[in-house]
Design a protein around this ligand. Sequence first.
Ligand code: 7TS
Length: 417
Amino acid sequence: MAETTAPTRLDIEALRSDFPALHQEVHGKSLVYLDNAATTQKPRAVIDAVDAYYDHDNANVHRGMHELSRRATDGYEGGRAKVAAWIGASDPTELVWTKGTTDAINLVAFAWGMDHLSEGDEILLSILEHHSNLVPWQMVARRTGAKIRYIEIDDDGEWVLEDLPKLLSARTKIVALNHVSNALGTINPVETVVAGVRVRAPQAVVLLDGAQATPILDVDVQALGVDFYAFSGHKMAGPTGIGGLWGRKERLEEMEPYQGGGEMISLVERDYSTWADVPHKFEAGTPNIAGAVGMGAAVDYLQRVGRRAILEHEQELSAYTIERLREMGGVRVWGPRVMERRSGVVSFSMETAHPHDISTILDTEGVAIRAGHHCAQLVMKRYDVPATARASFYLYNTRDEVDRLIDALGTVRSFFG
Ligand code: 7TS
């Protein structure tokens, strides 16, 4: 969706005042929250929308013929329509609410994969995937006999696309790739891969993991020409426990349900049942209604800010961070060299300190980053490191906070030499 009213530069101080959790002290220091790739903080508008739902409208959806149930249903379906438009879907019924990206990918792996994959078929992934876009495919491959193939990455954290022609064939049944990497911050050339798939493996279904893309990119699922798009609300200022799977109508319709139960049936007999229409066929049980309401508020909020401005802001902070890390010396920064190819994720290693020691010392300075394998162990193996330290930004982070990070890394340096 075009964000014509968005300012080109963000008024960070005004935006920061929208996020209550940013304004606190941690270990006696003002909090510097740089763990946004794991989850973002929530603006007051989202918190208030969730509160208002529980204060006034709480009821179950689709069932009750009473005012509160109608309001709950309106909030639930209204949130769906907003989020669908936000990712460029023309039809809100193509958007299935899930618990998040992991849940969405598992839905496709099991509901689509178990019925469409068999011995001799191939699943194409990349080694840059989050475990949630690896492990479900390994589970399904083990049960179906399908084989997994991988796009490799180069030293700059970019896919080695010269290999693509030999990785795609008539055997390729699904291509499942991340749009933006959580481990290295690479904005992946998914358009190039989709074009390659359409030429060399037109039978293949394409799924994109958009967990790190929906918060910053003007995602348009129709223009991308994919079959499935998975994402999480909590990484884009929304609540935890809610996310979505967008799927082409014909794909969703050809799939059997993932789970059985209430809300997903049309008719139940002793020996069989028939299914509700898409998307409700995939939404068994009482759903996360408050989460859907919160997602609607999150999209309204981000729409006002503008994703292009958020991306530019993140890239500016990444560039500044990398420049300051290089000045320090003894630091290896992972991921693309070209700033336009990066998001607001800066993964790095220090020669003298283990990433976990870095994050522990930073925490005592009030600076929150993540250290570890970032659920991307194949990336760590590729670079022969057990873990990296990762600072990740969102719309409310500032250059002053980057300076606080660098100062705290100075403390790490003085500890470990
Ligand atoms: N895919 C990517 C690219 C991700 O970054 C994440 C979460 C997921 C999938 C899974 O999303 P979930 O909402 O279902 O958990 N990434 C991270 C991270 O980088 N640190 O903590 C979670």
